[in-house]
Every structure is written in C-alpha cells, then in structure tokens.
Design a protein around this ligand. Structure first.
Ligand code: FAD
Length: 442
C-alpha cells in the first residue's frame, strides 16, 4: 500500500514541479550589475540560488539577519505531535552559493528613488536591481487584550507563532502542549464540556489551509485518530472568521464534507475576533458584537508585509497598503521597475505559500535576467498557490488555485481528502523544500 502511495505521490510531484513550461527557456546574462536581495527566507534564498547561476558575473548581496533557515510548514506537524523543531532548521550559510556577499542585518529603510538601502546598523547600500523577500509581520496586538507574549501560554495557542529572524518555531511546540492540555481536560473531567474557539483574521494570511488543518487535526486527535487515546469528554468547537476558503465554492462544500466526520464543529464566517479577555472572546460582524465564552482559543493573527516594508515607499499607495505593490503577473514593482518582489510580502490576489514561491521564483529570475539584457519581461506568474489542508491524521486535501481557476486541475483531485496528499505533504514536501526549492533547482 505504502509503495502505491509513494509511486503515485512521486508522479504527482513531478507534475507539480514542472509547472509552467516557460521556465525551461530562460537564458542567462553575463552583465556585471549589483543585485541586492532583502530577506533570506524561502523566497530570498530560492531567488538567490537561481540568480547566482543565471547572472554569473553579477555582484549579489543578501541582506538578512537570520543565521538559521526554518521550514515553517513543519510547525503544523510539530503541533500535531508528529515532529520536533530540530527537524525544521538548517544553517543559512549551507544555502549560500560561493561569491555571495551576506550582510547580517535588517534593512531599516528602503529609498527606491535613489536605489539605496539603509540597514539597522546604519550601513548604506546602493544597487542596480533589488529583490524584496521580507515575508510577513504578525499583529496579535491588534486584538484588544492580546499580545504576542500571551500566545502559547495557558489557554491561548497559535501555530503561526515563529521568528524567522532567530529561527524560533514556538507555534509548533506550544500548540502541541495546548492540544495535550485540552486532551487532559477532556479525559480528567468528561462531564464538563470544553469550549474551543479557532479564529481567522480578515487580512490576507500565509498558508490559507493552516487554520483548517489545526481545526481538523484537533478534532481528530480528540476522537483518538492521533498519537493520544480517544477522549470521552464533550467538546464544542467554533471556527470564527472570514476564511476565503469558506467563502469560495467549491471549497466550502469540500470543507463541509470533511466536517461530517466532526459534527461538533460550528463555523461563524461573518464574525471576526476583535478583543479577548481570559474567559471571553469578543467578535464583531454584521449582526453587531457578540461575546463568546471559551476555555481554549487558537489564534490566526492579522498579518501584513514585514514592518519595515509596510512603512516604506514600496508598500501599496491606494490598495494593499501594508503589502508590496507589484504587477501580479511580472512581480515587478508598479512604480520602481528595477525592483521585484517574491514570497509572502507581495500584494498579489492569490495565496501565500512555499509552493507559490516555487512558481514565483522562476518568473522573477527570468524577468530580472531579461531586464539585465534590456529585453521585455518574458515571464508571467499565473497565481499558482498550493496550500495543504490536513483533514485529519493521515489524510489531506489541497487548496490549489491560480488567478483564473478556482480549483487547479491536477492528476489527483485536490479537494478529495486522500492519504496520497498527506504522504506528499508529510514526507516529500520538506526534502523538496531544502534540496530543490532553496537551491533553485526547480
Ligand atoms: C504554520 C505555518 C504553516 C505553513 N504551511 C505551509 C504549507 O503546508 N505549505 C506551504 O507551501 N507553505 C506553508 N506555509 C507558508 C510558507 O512557510 C511561507 O509562505 C514561506 O515561508 C514564505 O517565505 P518568504 O520568503 O516570503 O518569507 P519568510 O520565509 O518568512 O522569510 C522572510 C525573511 O525576511 C527576513 N526579513 C524580515 N524583515 C527584514 C528586513 N527588514 N530586512 C532584511 N531581512 C528581513 C526574515 O529574517 C526572513 O529571513 C506555512 C507557514 C506557517 C507559518
């Protein structure tokens, strides 16, 4: 059985990795220019690796503070009690091709009119071409009564909590502790129902499937589907917030079908969490404000482009004011043509995921090389996003869409929960991330 899954998963993988064909025709440029890359996470390292081969004579400078790379999708498996943080980290230096200059600092100021960057250590840097890959910032404090420091303690969890700057993966570890605490409550006091809330903000978020994954992994865990025994206690689970997946057909139908297995889940898509006390969540929506008592709560935080970016001239002027304004197809900045964006930071209408970066990195690399050669930009990003949704322990489906298709046609139905999707997500995605995506090989 496992061999069949492995074979099917590998076939599926090959089709996902091939993606759009234009990537294969990309050329290189011998020009001597200075390319600066700001942000050294998934997007920054993937584009760095590609450009170091395609622009062999360019001077490339990476400006990023993090000595460690983290595999953020692994936080969900840590939260499920299936993996440890040590499996999700690698040194940044292992991914840097020879000849790259690395400035271990943050960019504090973007000055695109003068092609200039200023680091938080006061160093000035000038570039010919710039790629911005600074990711997101979380804003737990926008929920009244909540702060980042309160998350991961006692009744409040958030699988998202991490720190790409220091390599912290707190969300994975603390969410597993939180799930075991709920499990213990259900086991030790089965006559008292536990009220569990899970929230979704109205801002765009990275990995659109993750809030649903936590919902279903938790529900399955308490039914005995995971590494802990089945509980006898009663649990009332409420998912609150405007998740685009619940609002979009046929995703809603697919999620409703999953929930037939978990009849204690209620979804309140028209409300958003605005304030929190130790016992109550205050949610607001068209019907006004409501107070929901809770015992345990999982927060998906409001997100924006990284703080230094959202306060810079590169952020959107009229729309998407907290994200980097790019042409959604070429990924070139709308007002500064020598600047490109990649990863979670860009204000494209699609999703934000590591798989998205795979497709974006091909486009950005091809367009930068063309610009170096004075040619029109040849490559267009079609918005491809793949975001796995764990529908329980050992089953997953995938939110798979692009700018045109609400559901991408793939060799295996993305909306049908299957062991193959789980297998791909659990066992193949991480080696692909480290060995191919970050090395610019796909
Ligand atoms: C819990 C969770 C589950 C996920 N699950 C999945 C999944 O299953 N599948 C999937 O495809 N994706 C998933 N993702 C999303 C995926 O991890 C992200 O989309 C991806 O890591 C984004 O890469 P990035 O380069 O845009 O940002 P990041 O990887 O966050 O990197 C940003 C980098 O910029 C640096 N930086 C920030 N500010 C500055 C500055 N001012 N100057 C210089 N450097 C700066 C940071 O130190 C960091 O190195 C998940 C994410 C989370 C949190």
């Amino acid at each position: 059985m496992a061999t069949i899954h492995r074979r099917k998963a590998l076939k599926l993988l090959a089709s996902l990795a091939l993606g759009s064909a234009s990537w294969a025709q990309v050329q290189s440029s011998p020009k001597r220019v200075h390319i600066a890359i700001v942000g050294g996470g998934a997007g920054g390292i993937a584009i760095l690796s590609k450009l170091s081969r395609m622009a062999p004579n360019a001077k490339i400078t990476l400006i990023t503070p993090n000595e460690i790379q983290i595999y953020q999708p692994g936080q969900l498996f840590m939260a499920a009690g299936l993996a440890r943080g040590s499996e999700m980290r690698k040194p940044t230096r292992d991914f840097l091709p020879p000849g790259i200059q690395w400035i271990r600092a943050k960019v504090a100021e973007f000055d695109p009119k003068h092609n200039r960057l200023l680091t938080d250590e006061g160093k000035e840097l000038f570039y010919d071409l710039l790629v911005v890959a600074v990711g997101t910032s979380y804003h737990y404090q926008r929920i009244e009564g909540l702060s980042r420091e309160l998350v991961g303690r006692g009744s409040i969890a958030s699988v998202y909590l991490n720190d790409p700057e220091s390599g912290g993966l707190q969300g994975g570890t603390t969410t597993w502790k939180w799930l075991t605490a709920i499990h213990q409550r259900l086991t030790s006091n089965p006559s008292k129902p536990v009220r569990l809330l899970l929230t979704h903000p109205s801002t765009p978020i990275k990995c659109i499937g993750a809030p649903w994954s936590i919902l279903y992994l938790a529900s399955h865990l308490f039914q005995g589907g995971g590494p802990l025994p089945k509980t006898k206690g009663k649990i009332e689970v409420t998912h609150i917030g405007p998740s685009p997946l619940w609002q979009r057909s046929p995703y809603r139908q697919a999620l409703e079908a999953v929930q037939e297995k978990y009849p204690n889940i209620e979804v309140l898509p028209d409300y958003e969490l605005i304030a929190l006390t130790p016992e109550r969540a205050i949610v607001a929506g068209q019907g006004g404000e409501r107070e929901l008592p809770y015992d345990f709560i999982h927060i998906t935080p409001p997100m924006s482009g990284a703080n230094e970016l959202r306060h810079s001239p590169l952020a959107g002027e009229r729309e998407a004011k907290e994200w980097m304004e790019v042409d959604p197809k070429t990924l070139q900045h709308r007002r500064y043509p020598n600047i490109f964006g990649i990863g979670d930071v860009v204000a494209t209408p699609g999703g934000k995921s590591a798989w998205t970066i795979l497709y974006q990195s091909r486009v950005v690399a091809a367009n930068i090389v063309a610009q170096m050669e004075g040619r029109p930009l040849p490559a267009q990003f079609d918005g491809t996003t793949l975001s796995p949704i764990k529908t329980g322990y050992s089953q997953a489906m995938v939110a798979a869409f692009d700018y045109e298709d609400p559901v991408k046609e793939l060799p295996l139905d993305p909306l049908k929960p299957s062991r193959i999707w789980w297998w791909l997500d659990r066992y193949l995605a991480k080696p692909i991330y480290w060995n191919f995506l970050l090395r610019g090989l796909i």
